[in-house]
Design a protein around this ligand. Structure first.
Ligand code: ADP
Ligand code: MG
Length: 253
């Protein structure tokens, strides 16, 4: 299988501190790949570089076989790479459907908001975006919440909405950074099964930073382990848990 994300010898320095140290890894198309490691390992920094929020100090990142090193987040978004973001404070008074409809379509880069602002084209576009938002709300089973302001949702429901916002872009790869944090067990199951269904039914590739080992075990194969800025190993969760170096760095103590 072809890698959809290829990270080659990527380093990120913050002043004298090396947060990501000459990392190389790949995420295969169609996989749900996990990324685990102790706090401060460099996982989020690596995601920030893959998503274009941070430029690597050195090294190269390829998306679908093309060098995308240093591209901006919106450019990567147009190439099918999406990451979840917390619902911005200004959006908490908008409804669930409105929050979905605000996401720019990948092809045109226009959200419903921009068509409103331009006052122009187009009921047709609006209808298509609304249809899609409704499809997403149904898929994620947040349909009953569609007219609620995002601000009243529970932590877990907000995560579903954040995932829904990525779906509006028809992404091929989705980066999830600790999406399970603070989510109750019931919604966590929903979230996990949504991720599985998006992977199986819609072909999304996922790259997932997660601390919750149950979730990792259920969803992720393979799992990549980072510690102190470096990639230690990659394998199934069972293989990783049996690796003495990993036990020491991560499960140890
Ligand atoms: P993880 O997500 O694995 O917990 P991070 O990537 O957030 O780790 O952080 C890795 C290291 O880089 C940490 O020591 C963190 O303090 C440091 N770091 C992260 N972002 C910055 C920044 N913008 N400036 C300076 N240091 C940072
Ligand atoms: Mg992090």
């Amino acid at each position: 299988m072809a890698p959809v994300i290829q990270v080659s010898n990527v380093t990120c320095r913050f002043g004298g501190f090396i947060a990501v140290d000459n990392c190389s890894l790949s995420v295969e198309k169609g996989s749900i790949t996990g990324l685990i490691g102790p706090n401060g390992a460099g996982k989020s920094t690596l995601f920030n570089m893959i998503a274009g929020n941070l430029a690597p100090t050195s090294g190269r990142i390829d998306l679908d076989g093309q060098d995308v090193t240093g591209l901006r987040p919106h450019q990567l978004f147009h190439r099918g790479l999406a990451r979840t973001f917390q619902i911005a404070h200004e959006f908490t008074h908008l409804t669930v459907l409105e929050n979905l409809m605000m996401v720019p379509a990948r092809q045109t880069g226009e959200s419903l908001l921009s068509t409103w602002v331009r006052g122009g084209r187009v009921r047709q576009e609006e209808a298509a975006i609304r249809d899609k938002a409704e499809d997403v709300a149904q898929f994620l089973k947040i349909w009953h919440l569609r007219n609620e302001p995002a601000g009243v949702l529970s932590g877990g429901q907000k995560k579903l909405l954040e995932l829904g916002r990525t779906m509006m872009a028809d992404p091929s790869v989705v980066l999830l950074d600790e999406i399970a944090a603070g989510v109750n067990r019931t919604l966590l199951k929903d979230l996990a099964s949504d991720i599985e269904r998006l992977n199986q039914e819609r072909g999304y590739t996922f790259f997932v930073i997660e601390h919750d080992m149950d979730l990792i075990g259920r969803l992720c194969d393979p799992v990549i382990v980072m510690a102190a800025g470096r990639v230690m190993t990659k394998g199934t969760l069972a293989e990783i848990k049996a690796d003495p170096a990993v036990i020491e760095a991560y499960f140890g103590g």
